[in-house]
Unconditional design. Structure first.
Length: 426
């Protein structure tokens, strides 16, 4: 079920930048451009047209009312609410340690510099709400924003048949600290968040996952607003040695594959026996999976099983791949963590499946995909903070620096810069 690749074949198929796939094609981009321009120019009229077409109906009002939010708590089981609250506690605890204070650094009595840390004022969280709903997405995106001190956190998710959003998303929004929820989805919702319509103010940054149309919309509005990242297909890479359990590996590969047909499940092992037994387990476990058809497509078309000569060779491949999720199902896994250079998040040991991080442990599950872990990081409190530097020079300090500033300015042929210093010295 999972194709077997040699090391060289894997490099060519999945690591070479020449073979990397874009998260959306030109046709998607053209469609989304039209949606965004339509919403910008025609406002709520365009939003209603797209909402009727894609979501099956237009809600009576865009905002989820207080009554609806209160009623949602009665529609979700107490056990699920307790699980969400415990997960939120863990996420809050982990991210609270990322907070930083503004700081002033006195270089000399005549020179002061520093940084101001200020929260973004208004953030929009996009949450998918079609066939499946993801309350964990709400928690992971909104809690760091709330901790950062964002003044207004709004959330947008499509209403089913234009009537209501899923109650569990509303409950998660309350737990996470979302101020306002809008009943709208797709690229039209991204356009509204970026540019506003009558009654809805634009945000300063948009975060949250979505399909190719949402990803394309985020890429097009970037610059007018900030975004978290352009997410490609979700991926997991598992490094396994002789100590690994094939049942565990298979379960984790399938957990990744059930996301969608483009999900990328990879396993690298120093043991041919482990790989063979994993293949058998994948067949067995997939057979009883509710999302079997989706998982099978992902496993067959995007998955890979690779035999490696050593654990070090596995780490080399993984660091070149820079996966979103990396599992270390190997002996003495924690001691080998230092070998990881590029990965969104690492899951250490035989009893730490990716699901722990997706829902509960505390670190964020919004992670870089498609090799971007080489240069970027998962969502954090920092994504909702602006850092403004400042500097103070006394007259005496400027006198001492003037010659050096003027020298560099003249080399760059920017005489006005030099004069701005020189005029103060006359």
């Amino acid at each position: 079920m999972i194709p077997v690749y040699s090391v060289e074949q894997f490099k060519t198929a999945f690591i070479s930048r020449k073979t990397k796939k874009q998260p959306f094609d030109d046709k998607v981009m053209e469609t989304v451009k039209e949606v965004i321009e339509n919403v910008k120019n025609r406002g709520e009229i365009a939003l209603k047209e797209y909402t009727e077409e894609f979501d099956g109906g237009i809600p009576n009002e865009w905002i989820v009312t207080d009554e609806e939010r209160n009623a949602a708590w009665k529609a979700v089981s107490p056990a699920v609410i307790e699980s969400l609250q415990k997960a939120a506690d863990n996420i809050r605890s982990f991210h609270s340690k990322q907070l930083q204070q503004s700081r002033m650094m006195e270089m000399t009595p005549e020179i002061v510099s520093g940084q101001l840390f200020r929260p973004i004022e208004r953030v929009g969280v996009y949450v998918p709400g079609g066939k499946a709903v993801y309350p964990s997405t709400v928690l992971m995106n909104a809690i760091p924003a709330a901790l950062a001190g964002v003044s207004e956190i709004v959330m947008t998710t499509p209403a089913r048949d234009g009537v209501a959003i899923s109650p569990i998303l509303s409950v998660a929004a309350d737990i996470a600290g979302v101020h306002t929820i809008y009943k709208m989805g797709g690229s039209q919702a991204i356009a509204v968040l970026a540019y506003g319509i009558d009654g809805i103010t634009p945000v300063d940054k948009i975060v949250g996952p979505g399909n190719a149309y949402v990803a394309a919309a985020k890429s097009l509005v970037f610059g007018d607003v900030g975004i978290d990242m352009i997410a490609g297909p979700s991926e997991v890479a598992i490094i396994a040695d002789e100590s690994a359990n094939p049942r565990f590996i298979a379960a984790d590969l399938i957990a990744q594959a059930e996301h969608d047909e483009k999900a990328r499940p990879f396993v690298f092992s120093t043991s041919k026996r482990i790989l063979e037994e994993t293949m058998v387990e994948v067949e067995k476990q997939c057979a009883v999976l509710p999302r079997k058809e989706i998982a099978e497509v992902a496993l067959q078309s995007e998955g890979a099983a690779v035999f490696v000569e050593s654990i070090d060779e596995a780490f080399k491949l993984v660091n070149a791949l820079a996966p979103e999720h990396l599992e270390l199902q190997i002996d003495n896994a924690l001691a080998q963590l230092s070998k990881v250079k590029n990965a969104g998040s690492v899951f250490i040991g035989h009893y730490t499946p990716e699901s722990v991080g997706d829902y509960f442990a505390g670190p964020n599950h919004v992670l870089p995909t498609s090799g971007t872990a080489r240069f970027s990081s998962g969502l954090s409190v920092d994504d909702f903070i602006k850092k403004t530097t400042y500097v103070y020079y006394s007259e005496q300090a400027l006198q001492q620096a003037a010659q050096h500033i003027e020298s560099i300015a003249f080399e760059e042929q920017l005489e006005g810069h030099a004069r701005a210093v020189k005029v103060r010295m006359e």
